[in-house]
Design a protein around this ligand. Structure first.
Ligand code: PMP
Ligand code: GLN
Length: 380
């Protein structure tokens, strides 16, 4: 058939995980934890299945989970979304991103994305008949360039997509970014899609500037998150979208015919978990910060140069002291020849900065895994 997605092949995450497996490499590529999910969560899932909670959940998500999400949002960001009209449980953040884009983007619309950006954004825009307009983040700091974003806005711009903490760089929006964003959107008809899947993985006492904190922003935003990141269970694929009632109505029109509902037993498990262990959210930053600090300290014994990591669970490294290969070739070489899988940055761009020599390493791993990788990286 004539392809609707000519630019799409197999994702770099799949490609590198497969290569890692074939060559017995330590896999710091695809972003997923290699440690256990909280025991309470596993027990709650098991109990939900034994108790027969195995049939279709309500289309929008079970009430107990939507209420837990609303309450947790209020605790974290001082704003309580309405559990019935503003919170929708989805099959991962990916489904939420697709549903939001398909709900509001029409053929011919433009959607501004900030490069480097997560790889599922553009295919969603393409399938909706829209066009992604790529605006680069600052190549040194990965901060948004507000003048460039403003220059990219046109009468056709339907949506702006943002992601903080950012995959792949870990960069975070500041209060100033929020002010610039608010100013930019004022008087326009643009929707905002805020990908906040790493919302609870923030370091050094920084505050996550959720769009949900700001009335002028949340009134036009789809805010997307993922339990996969927060509870170390990326394979469960449960996430959610918070949006004002009118946007949620449109969002749910897509969701109800795409999946109808999300895996029911996990919804019961998350509802219980959020209520029973609210401290999990507050402790997650410290948990990952310890990993980040250990990993960075060890990286200093290698010829890779680590960039700052304000949030998320990825460490960017500059490898230009080791190799002059382009990033895709370098990551293949590192995996095949040196036994450590990493993710190149260029697949996150429409057009990556010439000569950029960066690779992404995931530190959501046990100490043994990280140490095994370091031992190999020391030999570069
Ligand atoms: N957005 C970003 C920035 C991500 O890193 C990921 C997962 N790696 C997703 C969305 C998708 O999340 P999920 O697995 O819950 O679909
Ligand atoms: N989001 C994960 C990452 O950035 C990958 C998810 C996937 O493999 N689709 O590594």
């Amino acid at each position: 058939p004539e392809t609707k997605l000519p630019k799409v092949g197999t994702t770099i995450f799949t490609v590198m995980s497969q290569l890692a497996m074939e060559h017995g490499a330590v896999n710091l590529g695809q972003g997923f934890p290699d440690f256990d999910v909280p025991q309470r969560l596993v027990q709650a899932l098991d109990r939900a299945m034994r108790e027969g909670k195995n049939q279709y959940a309500p289309m929008t998500g079970i009430p107990a989970l939507r209420q837990a999400i609303a309450a947790k949002t209020e605790r974290c960001y001082g704003h309580r979304p309405d559990a019935d009209t503003e919170v929708t449980v989805t099959s991962g953040a990916s489904e939420a991103i697709f549903a939001a884009v398909l709900a509001v983007v029409r053929p011919g619309d433009e959607v501004i994305v900030l490069d480097p950006c997560y790889d599922c954004y553009e295919p969603a825009i393409d399938l909706a008949g829209g066009r992604a307009v790529h605006v680069p983040l600052d190549p040194a700091t990965f901060a948004p360039d507000w003048a460039a974003i403003r220059a990219a806005v046109s009468p056709r711009t339907r949506m702006l997509m943002i992601n903080s903490p950012h995959n792949p760089s870990g960069a975070m929006f500041t209060r100033q970014d929020i002010e610039q964003l608010t100013e930019l959107l004022e008087g326009t008809h643009m929707w905002l899609l805020s990908d906040e899947v790493y919302e609870h993985i923030v370091f050094d006492g920084a505050r996550h500037e959720s769009v949900l904190r700001y009335p002028q922003l949340r009134q036009r935003a789809f805010v997307v998150s993922s339990f996969g990141k927060t509870y170390h269970c990326t394979g469960w694929k449960v996430g959610y979208c918070i949006a004002p009632p009118a946007l949620s109505t449109e969002f749910r029109k897509v969701h109800q015919y795409n999946t109808f509902c999300t895996f029911a037993p996990a919804q019961w498990a998350f509802a219980e978990m959020i209520e029973a262990e609210p401290a999990h959210y507050d402790e997650l930053g410290a948990f990952y910060q310890a990993k980040r600090d250990h990993f960075r300290e060890q990286l200093l014994t290698t010829r890779l140069r680590p960039l700052p990591v304000p949030g998320g669970y990825f460490q960017l490294v500059d490898y230009s002291d080791v190799s002059d290969l382009d990033d895709v070739a370098f990551c293949r070489w590192l995996t095949v020849e040196k036994g450590v899988a990493a993710i190149p940055l260029s697949p996150f761009y429409e057009s990556a900065p010439a000569g950029q020599r960066l690779a992404r390493l995931c530190f959501a791993k046990n100490a043994q895994t990280l140490d095994a990788a370091i031992e190999r990286l020391q030999k570069l």
